[in-house]
Write a protein that binds this ligand. Structure first.
Ligand code: ADP
Ligand code: MG
Length: 318
């Protein structure tokens, strides 16, 4: 039995498909499908640490804050991030726990609500890049400029679209997981840990200690940082495409297979890995390998097992 540790980062599709409404039943069904793939790796003897995105869930919760604020106080973005970690952590611990027990495997599963330290001087605070929550009309955007003076609203769709404005928040670089020592102890105790969900709750040093920040950390970059801090052997990003591709979307599209870090750096410079989707995944993988990680992989959920056992997918090695 090998005891290789794999840090797995699950994309939005692992939890909510594009055409899903987002009901709890749909999300549970997707979490079960994802967990079945993860159980294959656990049965093969790998130690897993799991992280996940929270975009659709955080977006929906923000709408609930907006719509419900006349009845109950609305929660700020850091608290909403923590709420989604709780929600998805619960779904994964239940699904993984049930599937493992059905196989007679008693390995415990636990999720941790996890803070990630960021710098208040991160350049993204000056020019926030991450759209969150509902879309607004021009009139609503003007009203929000008065009622929510600390919100930044940007036009994210062309003039022809009525609801073209959206709140944007900073997406600062993750520096370190605050609870990394606890996570390490859990891993050493043989627990399958779900951590740093949604990129983790971003926190900065305030005058009385850590304080939440109205930001959203990229979950792939945060996952790579956690993978590095826990000395994972492999950082495995599971998304909805089997490979990172060159000439993406063009007739001569080409899969990237196993490449060295130096080769991937050259390929990334071509600009085929788009910002906001494949770009951060490739950057996260390169950071993990650059900081001493053995192997980083990008592939789709259904190829997770082959990626680990047969080298399938985009694989970046030192
Ligand atoms: P996740 O929810 O897993 O983070 P994303 O949508 O953020 O998923 O990223 C995966 C998407 O990246 C793919 O569905 C694809 O549309 C897009 N993408 C952009 N550039 C590339 C590329 N060069 N190769 C493959 N996919 C790419
Ligand atoms: Mg993404």
């Amino acid at each position: 039995m090998t005891t290789k540790t794999i840090m797995v980062a699950l994309g939005g599709n692992a939890i909510k498909s594009a055409d899903d409404e987002g009901t709890a039943a749909e999300q549970f069904a997707n979490v079960y499908k994802t967990s079945r793939e993860l159980v294959k790796l656990i049965k093969a003897g790998y130690r897993l640490v799991v992280t996940h995105g929270n975009g659709p869930q955080a977006g929906n919760l923000l709408i609930q804050q907006e719509e419900g604020k006349r009845l109950v106080p609305d929660m700020p973005l850091d608290v909403v991030g923590a709420m989604t970690q709780g929600q998805l952590g619960y779904m994964f611990t239940q699904a993984l726990g049930n599937l493992l027990r059905a196989e007679g495997i008693t390995t415990p599963v636990a999720a941790i609500v996890n803070q990630v330290r960021v710098s208040p001087d991160d350049p993204d605070y000056k020019d926030p890049s991450k759209p969150v929550g509902p879309f607004f009309t021009k009139a609503q955007a003007d009203e929000l400029a008065v009622s929510r003076p600390n919100w930044k609203i940007k036009q994210v769709k062309p003039e022809t679209v009525e609801k073209r404005f959206r709140r944007v928040v900073a997406s600062p670089q993750p520096i370190a997981n605050v609870e990394v020592d606890v996570i390490r102890k859990m891993i050493d105790a043989g627990i399958i840990v779900v951590a740093s969900g949604g990129g983790g709750v971003p926190v900065v040093e305030g005058k009385d200690g850590l304080e939440g920040s109205a930001a959203v950390i990229d979950k792939d970059l945060a996952g790579a940082k956690l993978a590095e801090l826990i000395d994972a052997d492999v950082f495995l990003i599971l998304t909805d495409v089997s490979h990172a591709k060159l000439n993406y979307g063009k007739p001569d599209e080409q899969n990237v297979g196993e490449v060295s870090l130096a080769e991937m750096k050259e390929l990334a410079a071509r600009g085929d890995f788009l910002a906001g989707s494949m770009g951060p995944k490739v950057r996260a993988c390169m950071k993990f390998v650059e900081n001493g990680g053995g192997r980083a992989i990008i592939t789709s959920l259904d190829h997770a097992f082959e990626a680990i056992t047969e080298g399938f997918g985009t694989q970046i090695v030192g």
